[in-house]
Design a protein. Structure first.
Ligand SMILES: [Zn+2]
Length: 147
């Protein structure tokens, strides 16, 4: 007979799942103790019966009732967006009607300077893009010759 104490409920349940889960001392006790073996057998029967229970089913559609409780996202109505756009356009038109003449005179001189600046920027940008394309083409050709 063995002198070590009986297994705890937790150890009994682990043994019912798999005897390999027990530490060596508890496994040795279990081999020599009829009481603990009986308890492990009871847990095995309990686990087996629980595993065969059907999964709980609700008498109502749980998904639908949860979805019904969720706040619904309000889509932005197109006529509101259209109204905002019309308001912005209206403000711009009124501004141009009221101050268009003054603006035209003030900006007239700037257009030639701005045009020249824009042309220069566009030329530099196009040249940079061309150089980049050329470098990329050379890289591809180098890869082709090695493969
Ligand atoms: Zn025991």
């Amino acid at each position: 007979m063995t002198t070590s104490p009986h297994l705890s409920e937790r150890a009994l349940q682990e043994a019912a799942e798999s005897a390999a889960l027990l530490p060596a001392a508890q496994a040795a006790h279990l081999r020599g103790c009829g009481l603990c073996q009986g308890r492990v057998t009871t847990y095995r029967q309990l686990f087996g019966a629980a595993a065969q229970l059907p999964s709980p089913a609700f008498s109502f559609d749980l998904t639908a009732s949860v979805l019904a409780q969720l706040p619904r996202a309000q889509p932005a109505s197109p006529w509101v967006l259209g109204g905002v756009a019309a308001l912005v356009v209206g403000v711009v038109v009124v501004f141009l009607v009221l101050f268009g003449g003054v603006l035209a005179q003030a900006v007239q001189g700037l257009f030639t300077v701005l045009g020249a600046g824009l042309g220069l920027v566009a030329a530099v940008f196009a040249a940079g893009q061309g150089l980049e394309l050329l470098a990329q083409h050379r890289r591809h050709l180098r890869l082709l010759t090695f493969s």
